[in-house]
Write a protein that binds this ligand. Structure first.
Ligand SMILES: Nc1ncnc2c1ncn2[C@@H]1O[C@H](COP(=O)(O)OP(=O)(O)O)[C@@H](O)[C@H]1O
Ligand SMILES: [Mg+2]
Length: 385
């Protein structure tokens, strides 16, 4: 049973069905991408513990695979206690849902290098907490994803607005923010890390990516990284995933800061599930992040994770809102060699909502990225009511 049925869940569902699994897709709205390919689906308020428990108990799935962050995590703990397997574990979904719990774990007992940070529960506390960090700072609600409620604050006069934006963008009622020093990083990467029930932890080649407005815009794989930096990232990813336990693929995010060749690797955050920047693995690897997640949770062997050569992705965003959605230029995009286009079939468009992705391989990183960019730019997603 997939809890969350977006484009990443859709690929997990396809991978599961290829292995003969029966898939139940759950999300808050009908017609969600994974529901289009699942055997059954349920529309449920995902943050409502009673509704979530009722749906899971009705189906008695062998595995519950969360695909989104905003879930009634206490309900998952209860279900786990009843003997239902939650991937990777109910505790891991709870610890990673809010920025403070995972950050406290990473920067505290695990001793990982992170951006300097503090927490605040009012505008006044935020102003005080910011002082030792230096300008600019990044303010984020502890409960939020996709950049919601996040601001870059250049000076004291912007604190009040950042506090208000965080309150407005937070998920749930909590009025708590994390404030971090702004890192002028050279590169940010996702290290897809596969934790097995019974076997060594495996790593995919690192994925470079660029974020705008809190959402990923493009990614490429393999990202060029020094041996020492890669080993440092792998050691941190192993440490944090070992601590969280269970099995499955994790998207572990890092910043690379400093001068080329001498970069310091800084832990940012992680998701205990496939990562959007990892869509590139559909073309970049022998086994995609979705197939790896499935194999790991089912306890199937993963003999090798291999790069198929430079690959890249570029998101395809909607231009307008509406439920009558049209895709123009798909043929022109697919005329580019070594290129694929995924259109997620979301029933509702909103400006800047991710509706698809272009994927490409190339002889080198530049060519792969140019192909993915060109393919995405040829597609226009228009919408009307
Ligand atoms: N301390 C920071 N310094 C510089 N950029 C940051 C910092 N924190 C976040 N960002 C940027 O904002 C993006 C989203 O932040 P992140 O903490 O990953 O939140 P989300 O859960 O929304 O993905 C990051 O991928 C990065 O590009
Ligand atoms: Mg992130």
């Amino acid at each position: 049973m997939l809890l969350g049925s977006g484009e990443l869940g859709k690929e997990v569902a396809i991978a599961a069905q290829r292995l003969g699994c029966r898939v139940i897709a759950v999300d808050r709205y009908p017609g969600a991408p994974a529901m289009q390919v699942a055997d059954e689906s349920e529309v449920v308020a995902m943050a409502d513990p009673e509704a979530l428990k009722a749906a899971v108990r009705r189906h008695q799935p062998d595995l519950v695979i969360p695909e989104i962050e905003a879930l009634a995590v206490d309900a998952l703990a209860e279900l786990e206690a009843e003997g239902i397997t939650i991937i990777p574990t109910a505790r891991a979904t709870a610890v990673t849902m809010n920025r403070d719990r995972i950050r406290d774990l990473a920067a505290g007992p695990l001793g990982l290098r992170t951006a300097r940070f503090a927490y605040a529960e009012s505008a006044a506390e935020l102003a005080a907490a910011t002082a030792p960090l230096g300008w600019p700072v990044v303010v984020k609600p502890v409960m939020s994803s996709s950049g919601k409620g996040q601001s870059l604050v250049q000076g004291p006069e912007q604190i009040a607005a950042a506090w208000e934006a965080a309150l407005a963008g937070a998920r749930g009622a909590g009025a708590r923010v994390i404030v971090e020093e702004f890192l002028r990083f050279e590169l940010e990467i996702t290290l897809l890390t596969v934790k097995q029930w019974d076997g060594p932890t495996l790593f995919c080649p690192p994925i470079g990516h660029i974020q705008e407005r809190g959402d990923y815009q493009c990614s490429w794989q393999p990202a060029v990284l020094g041996t020492e930096q890669l080993q440092a990232a792998q050691a941190m990813a192993r440490s944090v995933t070992d601590e969280l336990g269970g099995a499955g693929l994790f998207g572990v995010e890092f910043f690379l800061c400093g001068s080329p060749g001498q970069e310091e690797v800084v832990f940012s955050e992680l998701s205990p599930r496939p990562h959007d920047t990892g869509l590139v693995t559909l073309m970049g690897q022998n086994l995609s992040e979705f197939e790896l997640h499935l194999r790991a949770v089912l306890g199937l062997p993963i003999p090798e994770i291999r790069s198929l050569g430079p690959a890249a992705s570029r998101v395809i965003l909607a231009a307008a809102a509406g439920s009558i959605v049209a895709y123009d230029g798909v043929a022109a995009a697919l005329a580019i060699p070594e290129t694929q286009v995924l259109l997620f079939g979301k029933p509702e468009a909103r400006p800047l909502r991710r509706m698809g992705v272009a994927l490409a391989r190339g002889d080198n990183e530049l060519q792969a990225r140019q192909r993915a960019d060109a393919a995405a730019s040829r597609i226009r997603v228009s919408a009307s009511r």
